[in-house]
Design a binder for this molecule. Structure first.
Ligand code: PLP
Length: 381
């Protein structure tokens, strides 16, 4: 089997598995307990906090552990709105993951859209003009919600430039770095965002654990109450083993950043072949992209047919569009980029990562071309 769906979830790194198993071996250990067993668990959590802090160049005190990217985004978006007493307007990019766009939709304040161009990148000129004319008396604090790397296309967003515009208007920026973290350098200070959402399972850590970094002093209120863990901002007994695995995965992913960047070369070679022999369009080809993501479309060859044909050939990929309850919807990301229906219905996402072998790209290309020859290409080639 060839696994080419790292943006859905990545296989667990050996360093993460070892850390999870070591934490489980602690036995009964609640990090809030004051006895020695509890202190051992606390040490595991704080070690991981240090590893995440080192990975993003931030103070460890500004990192909260959560159950994953979805919760981190909800806490940042809704927790900021709550702290501002609803005197805020959210500006959500048109290509956000639903974990961000739906958290914004249910935040109880007005939501505006930050548009993207055909290159898949947020339109900074439009955003800047709107922020320059911002009427804070009428609309409250602007809160921009902008991801660093898109999960479908891998296209990187100009977050630091956008955050500077927002800051100039007295606003705040929430950055979903779930797909970017561990694949490109994410430095909290350089990014300029006020909140950064991270997730473990996209970088080879366990599923069900994530983190929210927030700038010291950035407005934030808890959404859930209880034992007051994580400085009262995220009550609930910590997922000690998951957190241990997250810390180890983050350290390994940052160490391996050059290896990840090197995926661009075989990825580009695969795309060149599929364009030449398969007539595909590569989405976001000219934009800065994650090295391990390739989203391509072949009008007339439906995404779900491609995914099934590749699955039969032992290759795991995703439809380029959001897939819920087994039904493939047209990708909102591609539509936001101005793609027509034919392109949006025929886009698939292949994504590679830390355990990908160079020959995997060739085998995905072989399998795709074989499937295409049996279906669409027989009519045209
Ligand atoms: N944001 C992006 C861009 C994602 O790709 C995902 C995962 O699909 C999430 C947020 C949600 O993260 P999690 O699965 O950890 O809740």
């Amino acid at each position: 089997m060839i696994y080419a769906d790292y943006n859905a979830t990545a296989p667990m790194r050996p360093e993460a598995r070892d850390a999870v198993l070591a934490a489980l071996a602690l036995g009964a250990a609640n990090p809030s307990s004051v006895h020695q067993s509890g202190r051992a668990a606390r040490a595991v959590v704080e070690k991981a906090r240090g590893q995440i802090g080192a990975a993003i160049g931030s103070r460890t005190a500004d990192i909260l552990f959560t159950s994953g990217g979805t919760e981190s985004l909800a806490l940042a978006i809704q927790g900021a709105v709550l702290a501002l007493d609803d005197k805020a307007t959210l500006i959500v990019s048109a290509i956000e993951h639903e974990a961000a766009s739906k958290a914004a939709a249910y935040a109880g304040v007005p939501v505006e859209t930050a548009y993207v161009g055909a290159d898949g990148r947020v339109d900074l000129a439009d955003l800047g003009a709107r922020l320059a004319a911002w009427d804070a008396g009428l609309k409250g604090t602007p809160i921009l919600v902008l991801m660093l790397a898109n999960n479908e296309t891998g296209i990187l967003q100009p977050v630091s430039e956008a955050a500077a515009l927002v800051r100039g208007a007295g606003g705040l920026t929430v950055c979903d770095a779930v797909q970017a973290f561990g694949k490109v350098q994410v430095n909290a200070a350089l990014l300029g965002a006020d909140y950064i959402a991270l997730s473990a399972h996209k970088i080879g850590g366990p599923q069900g654990v994530g983190a929210l970094w927030h700038r010291a002093g950035a407005p934030l209120k808890a959404l859930q109450y209880g034992g007051g863990q994580e400085r009262g901002l995220r009550s609930g007994t910590e997922n000690v083993a998951g957190i241990a695995g997250f810390g180890a995965a983050a350290e390994a992913a940052v160490r391996d950043l050059p290896k990840y960047a090197a995926l661009a070369k075989p990825r580009d070679a695969m795309e060149a072949r599929l364009k030449a022999e398969g007539g595909v369009t590569v989405i976001g080809e000219g934009s800065p992209r994650l090295a391990g993501t390739s989203n391509f479309a072949r009008p007339g060859f439906r995404a779900e047919t491609q995914v099934m044909a590749l699955d039969l050939a032992g290759v795991c990929v995703s439809a380029g569009s959001a897939c819920s309850s087994g039904k493939v919807k047209r990708s909102l990301v591609l539509l936001a980029m101005g793609a027509d229906d034919a392109l949006a219905e025929s886009a698939i996402r292949t994504s590679f990562g830390w355990d990908t072998k160079p020959e995997d790209f060739e085998r995905v290309g072989d399998a795709w071309l074989e499937a295409a020859r049996r279906t669409v290409l027989k009519e045209t080639v």
